[in-house]
Design a protein around this ligand. Sequence first.
Ligand code: GTP
Length: 608
Amino acid sequence: MRDKGWSRVAPIVLLLWLLSLAFTTTASPTLDLAAGQTRARLAPVTTYIADPDGKATAAEMFTRAGRGEFAPLPGGNATFGFVEGAYWFHARLANLNHAESRWLLVLEYALLDEVDLYVRHADGRVDHFNSGDLVPFSKRSVSYRHPNFWLDIESGRPLDLLVRTSSKSSMQVPLTLYTPGAFLEQARDAQLGMGIYYGILLALLFYNLTLSLSLRDRSHFFYSAHVFGFGLVQFCLNGFAFEYLWPDWPWLANAAVPMSMSLAMLAMQLFSRDFLELPRRFRLGNALLLILASFHALLTVASTVLDYRIAVMIGTAMVFPGVAAIIFCAIVVARRKFPPAALFLLAWAMLLGGTIVYAMVSFGVLPKTFATEYGMQIGSAAEMIFLSFALAYRWASLRAENERIAREANERLEQRVEERTRELSEALQQLGEAHARLRENSARDGLTGVFNRRHFDQTFAPLLRQCLADGRPFSVLAADLDHFKRINDEYGHLVGDDCLRAVASTLQQNTPDGALVARFGGEEFIVLMAGADEPAAREAAEVIRQRVAAQLLPVENTALRLTISIGTATAAAGASIDAATLLRRADEALYEAKRSGRNRIVQGSVAA
Ligand SMILES: Nc1nc2c(ncn2[C@@H]2O[C@H](COP(=O)(O)OP(=O)(O)OP(=O)(O)O)[C@@H](O)[C@H]2O)c(=O)[nH]1
């Protein structure tokens, strides 16, 4: 009975087993590595399942994958954005390429925290490997920026792969298989591309840093800080930072991402503020960027203590308003006719495009393709080169503007100096003239206009000394109006004054050039004649006497006639005589002329 019963049930069990096998095969298609094939993306055959509390075991998951509970990747891409818990991925591999049994499985995203690989062989044996940026870099199969695992896939013996990932970063799990040769080729090409990219960034960084120091220019410094921060973000995202900078510090591998991201944004805000001259050109934009910059400064510091997932989510999310604010400011300033703003806008458009694409990939909005993965690098390199030119352009226009201002200021200054110099020299000239007039006036007699007694006293002795020293004779005439008291008494002092003026004028007109006529006092005049010997003195005295005597002064109804007495004294050339003595002799001769009848000339003794 028992045997009979079993024989009835056995075909049904067999059918069910065959059906379940068929169902499993349908749910998890096998990736056949064809003859000659050297690389293969696993996405088309990968199925996945979420493990929200992250507690499932590999055995459970192998079973669930076998039952077809795993789903195909959404849109064929293993990109899920920021998600909680663990994700499991299943793929089945069969190697039809007899020449290659050793393959490298590479998870081409650097920021996953934990990656566990379970390999179930055809004989049911399961191997376990782990990687990710929470595991020291040295544990990797190949020292490469992306987590990777060696797989030995014997031909005709398919493998079941189960990959468990959990991360506080964006969940991206692009799996690719390479033969060792193919891996070497793609790694070499990628390294060359990256080398060029980071080379450009480093050159820009040092070039602009040097400029910022030598020009003492803040814009260049902020720009350098931005290149540094942005380059560091890229270095982290590409997995190089973990590989080369902190391979044994998994904590820093995580924290460095939001930190450098915030630093790049902080520097970007400050640079934009400076470059677009927002404090002067757009005050609202200036305030907006200052607020954003303060926020990023805070986030840069907070990244060291904040939970990584929160920090990186805030940092990534803040890229959008940060970028929008900069574009907004640049557009406003460009519309206000500031030419460098247009260049700036063009440069940023390249980076911003790449940044937005990257952020959208992080949030799972866009699929991960070559263009989305490397477009940011290309865009950012172009942007930074362009921006460097924009900075140079702005610097050149600033310098030209400064030179213009300095030139104009110089011209104004020169003009003012010229005006002041002219005014000063005019004032000096007027002062000199006034001074000369003053000196002249102080040397003149107020009534007659001939030199006064004070001037005579100052001049006589030096004049005589110089003349005798030059070996020339010197004569003095002492002249006094005759009976002047009578004229005063008879016609009054005013008429007397007129007479004094008329005689003074006659004296001046009838003495040889170079003679000095002075009023000695009252109605007495002195004539000094340097170079005149006795005959010349006599002749001059005679001319004066005759002219005075010949002069008719119209007074009231009649005409007045004056006479003058003159005494002369001469110092012959080479004589040794002082001024007082010579004057006394002339005075004595005058006295003699008066005494002997007036209207005559008496020659005093000649000093030899
Ligand atoms: N109007 C006028 N008279 C003056 C001035 N200075 C002196 N006198 C006068 O000149 C006169 C000089 O008179 P005296 O010294 O007696 O000489 P005098 O009358 O000319 O006689 P002799 O010299 O001997 O011929 C006086 O009456 C003075 O008042 C002056 O500035 N203006």
